[in-house]
Design a protein around this ligand. Structure first.
Ligand code: TRP
Length: 453
């Protein structure tokens, strides 16, 4: 990514592709390929899918626009943006929740990113060669429940992330991801065709796309809302921070729509790859966080040249995770630098140390700490659940109310039309969604999940 310094000494993306590639890089990651299939699998497939897609476009896209507007118009981090626009209000307090969420998500995200690194190496070494699906399960189980190797990978992954973000500009990785993200997409397409030819493909597709209305309950709806926020990197100010690097010609509405569409396409492809295989191999879709690590290697095993496919795929997944963790780190680092007056270097070390500590606890949730539970969840489970299903939607709720009700409509218009230089027809629709649809829908989902309705 080419960023240059503008008058205020803040970086700006210089190209349009730059802005899109970075936001897509943030959005596309483990959320699409690891989290989406496991959430859909444990929440009844089609029923979950229905709510997920509706939430992406009805809530996700407007909230994404609101984050871009807040970021670009103030050129600040999440905390600074809200304080600049409402100096007397308490709105900026939601920034603390955002920083907390970004540290918590980074902690559990690094565990899974570490798993992808291990599986990349294991594939390349030919260690993932088993005859039956149950062996894939047993193999993954013994790796993830061991203590040392997963912890080592979590730490290595965080160090990779640190090395990139400490230098501030993310040129190398962004350039690489501009090529590799499309490549990941192509690979997914190939695997998709392969899965569609499996004996029980129809059953898998039916599970994913045919809503079984009897399965809809408050957990399904809340899970879909959380997944929509998680996968679009919404609710904690991450997209706000990236928006603050947009230049004045970046079209916010288009960027938001494009990010949401590409991100959803990747998730759906992942679903089409996983579920036909799950049913054909006689596995259970409800395996939870370990699902894709048991199914994917078994799929690759059947392909000619499976070792290479597998190693390359896990490598791409590792890179996709890295572009996502960079965006999350950027959120809290820009906060530490701009609000706590730390140097970038110090901020990066502070952030990495906190995340490493909690990341190790999350890793051990699959090993020696699997019995340590809080409210029935392991540390990993709790971090995942609390951030996605509660903190991010709360953040989105505040952003939509702030932009919809507190800012003047003219302010939104200026941003959506790039200071009147381009047209943005759906402005009334955007305002309507931000004022009514998003806050009301999020509130209803919350009330529903605590049993009020
Ligand atoms: N969206 C990313 C994914 O799907 C993860 C992510 C990056 C994220 N930045 C975020 C999630 C900010 C929530 C908030 O993998």
């Amino acid at each position: 990514m080419t960023k240059t310094e503008n008058q205020t000494n803040r970086a700006v993306f210089t190209t349009r592709l730059g802005a899109i590639a970075t936001t897509v890089g943030s959005a596309v990651g483990l959320g699409n390929i690891w989290r989406f299939p496991y959430e859909a699998g444990t929440h009844g497939g089609g029923a979950f899918m229905l709510f997920y897609v509706v939430f992406i476009f009805l809530i996700g896209v407007p909230v994404l626009c609101s984050e871009f507007i807040l970021g670009r118009s103030t050129r600040s981090n999440v905390f600074g943006a809200l304080r600049k626009l409402a100096p007397a209000g308490k709105w900026h307090l939601v920034g603390y929740l955002g920083i907390l969420s970004s540290l918590m998500i980074l902690s559990f995200y690094s565990v899974i990113a570490g798993w992808t690194m291990e599986y990349c190496f294991q594939s390349a070494a030919g260690a993932l060669d088993f005859a039956s699906e149950s062996e894939y399960h047993a193999h993954f189980d013994s790796f993830s429940s061991g203590n040392w190797r997963p912890v080592m990978w979590t730490v290595i992954f965080l160090l990779c992330n640190l090395l990139i973000v400490v230098r501030g500009v993310t040129k190398g990785i962004e350039k690489a991801s501009n090529i590799l993200t499309p490549l990941l997409f192509l690979m997914l397409l190939v695997f998709c065709v392969n899965s569609l030819m499996m004996p029980k493909a129809a059953e898998g597709l039916q599970f994913l796309f045919k809503p079984d209305f009897s399965k809809i309950d408050s957990g399904v709806i809340l899970g879909a809302l959380g997944q929509a926020f998680f996968t679009l990197s919404l609710g904690l100010g991450c997209m706000l921070t990236y928006g603050s690097y947009f230049n004045d010609r970046t079209r916010i509405g288009r960027s938001a729509m494009m990010t949401a569409t590409l991100d959803t396409a990747v998730a759906i492809l992942a679903g089409i790859i996983i579920f036909p295989a799950v049913f054909s191999f006689g596995m259970s879709p409800e395996a939870g966080p370990t699902l894709v690590f048991e199914v994917l290697p078994a799929i690759f095993h059947q392909l000619p040249g499976g070792v290479l496919w597998s190693a390359f795929f896990f490598f791409l997944l590792f890179l996709a995770s890295l572009t996502s963790t960079i965006s999350m780190s950027e959120t809290n680092i820009s906060f530490f630098v701009e609000e706590c007056q730390m140097s970038r270097r110090k901020a990066t070390f502070v952030s990495t140390s906190i995340v490493m500590f909690f990341g190790i606890l999350c890793t051990l949730s699959f090993g020696c700490m699997s019995d340590v539970t809080i409210m029935g969840k392991t540390v990993f489970g709790l971090f995942d659940y609390a951030t996605s299903n509660i903190f991010l939607p709360v953040g989105g709720f505040v952003f939509s109310i702030f932009v919809g009700w507190f800012l003047e409509r003219r302010y939104l218009k200026t941003q959506m039309t790039n200071f009147g230089t381009v047209r943005f027809k759906p402005l009334p629709l955007l305002v309507f969604c931000l004022r009514y649809v998003c806050p009301v829908a999020i509130l209803l989902v919350f009330l529903n999940s605590i049993g009020v309705i």
